[in-house]
Ligand binder design. Structure first.
Ligand code: ADP
Ligand code: ADP
Ligand code: MG
Length: 670
């Protein structure tokens, strides 16, 4: 090994900063974290050897300020910078400024970033390098009229895209002239505000596509390798949610062809470091170049798990001038890996971002899962951490690896069940529901998967009856165990007396289920007089929030909340609220009137804490269902709030520019 750096500054935050610190540690390199005011107590600051404050919470005043990063390097004597992803990772001016200050950038050369950072330029470059690109119009689109003409000549549907786009922003699908006109205008506006660059181009929209990308790794000595593919077709609004390696769609020949094109393109821009060439893959197995990301990618762990290669460590070694010490034919893909992005968002409220403190936070551990599988959690938080509205809502990445795809999926299901997180809303129920979908398990993926599977949004998984029965039986046993312990702790029955009765009425969604719970040789036998008895072994103490059990020999993990006779059971993407009562109490409960929740339909409530950017309607205005009412900004995202029904605006309760609490009223209807 050549001479590596003494000290690296990480110009990022959150999980990716922690991930980079880990590789630096492994290589024996000291680390410097930078942090904004909002991140003074953040985990990446604690894990680094040193840390430098770089200004206010807004990233435009801290993480994005080139001079502050360079000053922090000088102050600490860091000889190199790893930019992570987002922020300054694909900023050619940053690389130039580092060069001028004689600090090494851990990433590709400036020229490659500049060429690939622009979608129009990179597409032209790809075409010259004989890489297949999405058919379309290669030039800039000047105005809405030209957008319509160009779209019609490409043939609908088309994708209207910002040349400077990233993170799924500045992108619109259009199916006709009117949508092309509208899409052009809104994509251009979004591009101007998000990227300060309003250049737009148009290409064919590939229908029911898969997103498949190739990881490349190149050193400064002319060796360019590819590390196989990742499939990232599970997307919401063109943003990735679940990724895997390899892809269930590729055969060896196609993999080789895509890998060869990715390598050709990397060579064409004299690439070095880790990079990703993204392709869109159509129903007829044609693939087309989308863009190249000249940085480490969020989903890089799945590639690391199947190849056994530490990509971040290689980025560092390559930046220090080391040569790759293996060749294309040395690479072996082992098993299957899946990554779920754990986001601070409310899947039941249209994935609105959620902020606050992680009052409980426990990650699943590899030792809790079965034989032959591994789990890796890349995170930047601990119990008590604050999820702030200033940054990306990703909390952690949960990655599982198994011998095959089914093994990786099963491990992911268990790991999601075991991920215990409270204090904020999160998307674990949604991820677990996707894992349970037959279409997902069969590997029939496309970027439309989420929209197709949840056309009306996500309302929680509806469990098959057999699984629901099992969960309710577990609920009955948990309650039985607790009630019996309480009974015994106040004296209980004298020895030899009648056993503690085991008949329970479990009420769930207004249905009554009668269970009889008996204890036999350390396990529970539960019958409901219908199907066969259930044999249940409960692990762990009474009162545990995470219950692992063996049900008829199969492991099931539930998250459990208890209050009074009520329990909330969470498992496999479903949340069941149940009451466990004695049969007589159950009969009486059935006679109770149902409490109606207060009618709040006359109000537009803020679904999250954030900034009220604008109100789109005036007092007295008639609105239609689906009409835009207000825009709220939180976590770098503008969220459009729409009317749920027709009505007339009665009063405005908040002004643009004011900050909103969750459920704060913005306006009221008649
Ligand atoms: P990946 O392909 O690595 O998953 P994403 O497109 O999801 O990449 O983006 C990774 C991170 O970088 C996200 O935090 C995203 O918000 C941010 N990001 C990506 N492109 C840009 C950009 N052009 N400007 C600002 N942030 C970006
Ligand atoms: P970003 O820089 O935001 O990541 P990409 O060009 O990589 O932009 O596109 C993001 C996603 O949008 C893709 O993964 C894909 O789902 C969708 N997409 C982009 N271009 C097309 C296209 N021409 N046809 C169909 N889907 C597309
Ligand atoms: Mg992309």
């Amino acid at each position: 090994m050549g001479q590596l750096f003494d000290k690296i500054l990480i110009a990022n935050r959150g999980e990716i900063a922690c991930r980079i610190i880990r590789s630096c540690r492994d290589l024996g390199i000291k680390t410097v974290a930078v942090y904004s005011d909002a991140d003074a107590d953040a985990e990446h600051v604690r894990r680094a050897d040193e840390a430098v404050a770089i200004g206010p919470a807004a990233s435009s005043e801290s993480y994005l300020v080139i001079e502050k990063i360079i000053a922090a390097c000088k102050e600490t004597g860091a000889g190199a910078v790893h930019p992570g992803f987002g922020f300054l990772s694909e900023n050619a001016a940053f690389v130039e400024a580092l060069e001028a200050a004689s600090i090494v950038f851990i990433g590709p050369p400036r020229g490659a970033i500049a060429a690939m950072g622009d979608k129009i330029t990179s597409k032209k470059l790809a075409e010259e390098a004989k890489v297949s690109t999405v058919p379309g119009h290669m030039g800039l689109i000047a105005d809405a009229d030209e957008a319509v003409r160009s779209s019609a000549s490409i043939g609908y549907p088309v994708m209207i895209k910002a040349s400077a786009g990233g993170g799924g922003k500045g992108m619109r699908v259009a199916g006709n002239d009117e949508e092309a006109r509208e899409g052009f205008t809104s994509a251009r506006n979004e591009a101007r505000t998000s990227f300060g660059d309003e250049r737009i181009f148009i290409e064919k929209y590939i229908e029911e596509p898969r997103h498949i990308e190739i990881q490349v790794l190149a050193d400064k000595h002319g060796k360019v390798l590819h590390l196989g593919e990742r499939e990232c077709s599970i997307q919401r609004r063109h943003q990735k949610v679940i990724e895997e390696a390899p892809s269930p769609a590729l055969d060896d020949a196609t993999r080789e062809a895509m890998g060869a094109q990715a390598v050709t393109l990397a060579r064409a821009v004299d690439y070095c470091s880790a990079g990703t060439v993204e392709f869109i893959f159509d129903k007829n197995n044609n693939f087309y170049f989308l863009e190249m990301n000249t940085r480490i990618q969020v989903e890089h762990p799945v590639t690391e798990m199947v190849t056994g290669i530490d990509l971040v460590a290689w980025m560092i070694r390559i930046a220090a001038g080391e040569a790759l010490d293996f060749d294309q034919q040395d690479l072996r893909m082992d098993g299957w890996a899946i990554e779920s992005r754990i986001y601070a968002e409310d899947p039941f409220r249209n994935f609105m971002p959620s902020t606050g403190r992680l009052t409980s936070y426990r990650e699943p551990k590899a030792s809790d899962l079965g034989e032959g599988v591994t789990v890796r959690v890349d995170s930047g938080v601990v119990e008590g951490s604050e999820i702030s509205m200033h940054y990306d809502p990703m909390i952690a990445k949960l990655v599982t690896h198994g011998a095959d795809r089914a093994g990786a999926v099963a491990a992911m299901q268990q790991a999601l069940d075991r991920f215990y997180l409270r204090g904020i809303r999160h998307n674990i129920p949604f991820l677990a529901a996707v894992m349970a979908e037959k279409r997902f398990q069969d590997g029939r993926l496309s970027t439309d998967f989420i929209a197709d599977t949840y056309p009306k949004g996500f309302q929680g998984r509806v469990l098959p009856t057999a699984l629901k029965r099992e969960l309710l039986a577990i609920g009955a046993a948990l309650h039985h165990r607790l009630a019996k312990r309480n009974y015994e702790s106040i004296g209980g029955p004298p020895a030899g007396d009648a056993p503690f009765p085991g008949d329970w009425d479990v009420i769930c969604e207004r249905e009554h289920w009668a269970f009889d719970v008996r204890e036999a040789e350390g396990c529970f036998l539960i019958s409901d007089g219908q199907a066969d008895d259930i044999e249940l072994l409960l692990d762990g103490p009474v009162g545990a929030r995470l219950v692992s059990c063996s049900l008829n020999g199969e492991t099931r993990v539930l998250q459990v909340e208890y209050s009074g006779p009520g329990w909330v059971l969470t498992h496999a993407g479903a949340t069941l609220e149940i009451l466990v009562l004695r049969p007589r109490a159950g009969e009486l409960a059935a006679l109770m009137p149902v409490k109606k929740p207060p009618d709040l339909s006359g109000f537009l409530l803020s679904p999250m804490p954030g900034l009220l950017v604008s109100i789109s309607v005036a007092v007295g205005e008639e609105v239609k269902a689906g009409q835009q009412l207000a825009v709220v900004e939180a976590m770098k995202m503008e969220n459009i709030l729409r009317s749920e029904k027709d009505g007339t605006v009665l009063t405005l309760h908040a002004e643009p520019g004011s900050s909103l609490a969750v459920d704060q009223a913005i306006l009221e209807f008649e």
